[in-house]
Design a protein around this ligand. Structure first.
Ligand SMILES: Cc1cc2nc3c(=O)[nH]c(=O)nc-3n(C[C@H](O)[C@H](O)[C@H](O)COP(=O)(O)OP(=O)(O)OC[C@H]3O[C@@H](n4cnc5c(N)ncnc54)[C@H](O)[C@@H]3O)c2cc1C
Length: 288
């Protein structure tokens, strides 16, 4: 199908993008990589009257360290994160997650900001943002506000972004001390989207036991989530095989699991348990 007719605007600055969006917040849509929005427009699931293209705003695409934080601009592409030498060194979960997304064309055009703003239930970035307890900086006509990833994902394709707001930056506390990270995913064979994806960040005590486990799960439910029972079971655990299995067994507790032609709810939860255990074991093995 062909998308309905729309106007196309290319702002020269973030402020101009905010003003353009404020002029018609309900009829306009931000365009970043276009790898979710354009297919939705072609299917007429989205019919914006105006597209505001922020992909060319060079000052929204960056990866940098500032104090004890990692700052990532919203239009940074999956590929830029996948190939970042800095991130491979200081926060390897981010390049690992990026490398698992779709194919090379998708990674070259798709952006971390677009993916988080879209909140696809099978998208990979929401899991990593939750595991890393990211803070998301949103800008709108009345200024900026910061929302934690925990509060950002509201429901299926629904986030805390209000009409007129743009996701500007993703902030992550730079991992310190002894820690291990991993991303494990079962990709859908056709699209590459996550049937199940599990992102893990483990902070370890000097004796190698677990201080804090922070986990994000995608693909299983209407939105990505943190499995509270699994995280709690790991606190102060020695992370032996039995402890990992017992914690992973709780990953779908209280979750209304998705069901589709590819995977039943039971099968999805089975995959989630197996891949949580694997992600935990990999994070432990990767610990510095
Ligand atoms: C064949 C294919 C395979 C894919 N496989 C995967 C996969 O394996 N894993 C995965 O996670 N994703 C996958 N994707 C999706 C891809 O990662 C998209 O790039 C991503 O979901 C959206 O990012 P985008 O930059 O393309 O956003 P767009 O498509 O441009 O925008 C998506 C939505 O977010 C809004 N938006 C964009 N940027 C902002 C912003 N900064 N502030 C506020 N709102 C914003 C738009 O208005 C729109 O509603 C796949 C896509 C395709 C086509």
């Amino acid at each position: 199908m062909i998308a309905t007719q729309f106007d196309y605007k290319v702002p020269k600055s973030l402020n101009e993008a905010v003003s353009l969006l404020a002029a018609d917040p309900d009829g306009s849509k931000i365009l970043a990589g276009g790898h979710s929005l354009i297919p939705a427009m072609k299917l007429r699931l989205a019919q914006p009257q105006i597209l505001i293209d922020i992909a060319r705003l060079k000052d929204l695409a960056y990866i940098r360290e500032e104090g004890n934080q990692i700052l990532i601009g919203a239009t940074t592409t999956h590929y830029e994160i996948e190939s970042s030498a800095l991130l491979k060194q200081i926060c390897p979960l981010l390049p690992a997650c990026a490398a698992s997304i779709g194919d090379v064309q998708v990674r070259n055009k798709g952006t971390i900001g677009g993916s988080l703003a879209h909140s696809d239930p099978a998208g990979d970035w929401p899991a990593a943002a939750l595991a890393l307890q990211a803070q998301l900086v949103l800008i709108g006509p009345s200024g900026e506000r910061t929302v934690s990833a925990d509060d950002f994902f509201i429901d299926l394709l629904t986030t805390d972004l209000q009409p007129g707001e743009i996701l500007r930056e993703i902030r992550i506390a730079k991992p310190s001390g002894q820690f291990g990270q991993a991303y494990q995913k079962v990709p859908h064979p056709a699209s590459g989207f996550a049937v199940v994806g599990v992102a893990v960040h483990l902070s370890l005590n000097p004796d190698g036991s677990c201080q804090i486990a922070s986990i994000g799960v995608t693909g299983v439910a209407a939105k990505a989530y943190r499995p509270g029972a699994t995280e709690s079971a790991l606190t102060n655990s020695t992370l032996d095989d039995a402890a990992l299995a017992a914690a992973a067994a709780q990953v779908c507790n209280g979750v209304d699991a998705n069901e589709d032609l590819y995977a039943s709810a039971d099968y999805r939860c089975h995959l989630a348990r197996i891949h949580t255990q694997r992600a935990l074991a990999a994070a432990k093995a990767n610990a510095n």
